[in-house]
Design a binder for this molecule. Sequence first.
Ligand SMILES: NC(=O)c1ccc[n+]([C@@H]2O[C@H](COP(=O)([O-])OP(=O)(O)OC[C@H]3O[C@@H](n4cnc5c(N)ncnc54)[C@H](O)[C@@H]3O)[C@@H](O)[C@H]2O)c1
Length: 269
Amino acid sequence: MNLTDRVVVITGGAGGIGAALARRFAAEGAAAVVLADLDARATAAVAEAVGPVARGVAVDAADEGQVRDLVADTERRYGRIDLFCANAGVATGVGIDAPDADWDRAWRVNVLAHVYAARAVLPGMLARGGGHLMHTCSAAGVLTAVGDAPYTATKHAAVGLAEWLAVTYRDQGIRVSALCPQGVDTPMLADGLATGHLAARVIAASGPVLTPDQVADAAVAGLAEERFLILPHPEVAGYALRRAQDPDGWQAGLRKLVRRLRAAGPPPA
Ligand SMILES: NC(=O)c1ccc[n+]([C@@H]2O[C@H](COP(=O)([O-])OP(=O)(O)OC[C@H]3O[C@@H](n4cnc5c(N)ncnc54)[C@H](O)[C@@H]3O)[C@@H](O)[C@H]2O)c1
């Protein structure tokens, strides 16, 4: 997909990767970029910074009624949606003992929001004979996020759902991409690094921490090639291959990294 003259919706667009996607899509000549996030004021501010093609709206991506309204309103205003980026996501930073409320929130935002987006946007795309869904998943969805059980489980589910959609709808003109970055310098990771959280330190030790703009560059290149798996960190493909070929060896390597980081202790404040 080429972004020129496209109508795009991005959830989680009030900052981080979502805002970078918006800036980059606008620079590529998108006709309209609709940013949807929880915080109306922050979303409107990002839209204003992106420019006149952008519009910010307050939407809870995990509320099906609100997603349906977002899609209907966008189609009414612009006539179509060419690309829907289900990008909103939440990390929890906790393990198996995370309260059910954290598991539920991760499931609703990281997985069900992608189901709601697909349900709302596919009828119009199918009627028009084409469209593209890009789901921001994570390298955690093809590997594992040490220190965050709900994030790992739900991001694996998000990749599984994206793959299911890709296989099911490809022959009807629908393209699906799973954007799977590793570490990206946004509040989600930066907050964890600032507190020395093990999950964030493992991510930072596993590859470069990219800027959101670098992730947006990789997304645009992946969309242009209509690739399913978009890996802004190319090394993730090697890790995933190793994990598939030798799961025990892969886990042993990861455990070794965790032991090394634990022994080193948190970095000085
Ligand atoms: N930062 C990383 O290292 C990293 C790595 C891999 C994947 N990701 C994924 O990238 C995506 C974007 O995250 P980010 O790094 O830009 O973090 P971020 O925290 O800066 O942005 C996430 C955005 O999602 C919004 N959001 C959360 N719940 C929402 C909801 N119910 N409805 C609407 N918006 C909601 C937040 O308000 C926030 O603006 C997420 O899906 C995240 O899991 C991030």
